[in-house]
Write a protein of this length. Sequence first.
Length: 339
Amino acid sequence: MSKTPSALAGRRRVLGLAGGLALAAPSLILPRGAWAQAKWPDRAVRVIVPFATGGGTDVTMRLLGPKLGEVLGQPVVIENKPGAGSTVGTDYVAKSAPDGYTFVLATLSSTGVAKGLYPNLPYDPVKDLTAIAPTVFIPISFAITQRGWDVKTYEQFVAALKAKPNGYSYGSSGSGSTGHIASANFLRQLGATAEHIPYRGAGQSFNALIAGETQFTHDIPSLLKPHHEAGTVKVLFVNGTERSPLLPDVPAQSELGIPDYKSYSWYGIFGPAGLPPEITGKMAAAIDATLADPEIDAKLKALGTPTMRGWTPARFAQYVKDEIDTWVPLVHASGASAG
């Protein structure tokens, strides 16, 4: 049956409209899957903190979260998933869908240290995660309890440690934490021994130190500062060659003639492997914009944790690989185990 003139005219109008839309809106013919990426994020974004509440990662992410959500245009929900030296929460994200709605604030402990510490690590830090951007660099300091012994100086501490082999203990925020490995390498360098007691987060570790249940620890200057000022613990030195502005009365490691050993950390945002490059790039830019905020920058400086700004995802990915190459041999040499 032949078409009527009015029907043909109607068909021409529809075809003309479709052609006009295609020319005026190229986004309507985006490749499959590009729609979701172009609109990302269109709902809340979740960031897993793989440590207990109250620690450095938790404090940092809760500081960054509101501003990051403002930059992204969607809420940032922070969820703590501690366990096994941060590997539980990190593995959770490694096995999540790469849709741009689940990230992790991973650390040196979750990557380079974990790779050397756990023979059956359930994820590969390079292959199973997408490195997006670092956030802050973490200097580490060394502190001793002020309860249960009359030790006030580094020299007195070393003498006590060597006079009683394996008679003292040190705490950390968990097996595989930077503090754990730093202490193990420190003891190895001294030729001394002590028992490692892992806790579920820095808060529990500090409580044990204050009570004299453990005798020393390595941790972040900002977290140890109030206890040092209260006199319940004494920070003997800050690792590296410079004093911390948070603890100006505490000498740097180099001032005491202590040989150099690796004792630092960093925090960075990762997603699951296979995260689309468009989302990776947008998230990296949002993190950098968040770190550039004057209020955020001032608060991070007050914590003694300088920002790591201006990194591309490719540069951060290479940095993570280099850190793994550096720390895996150090973990093995320390004799530390995940037990």
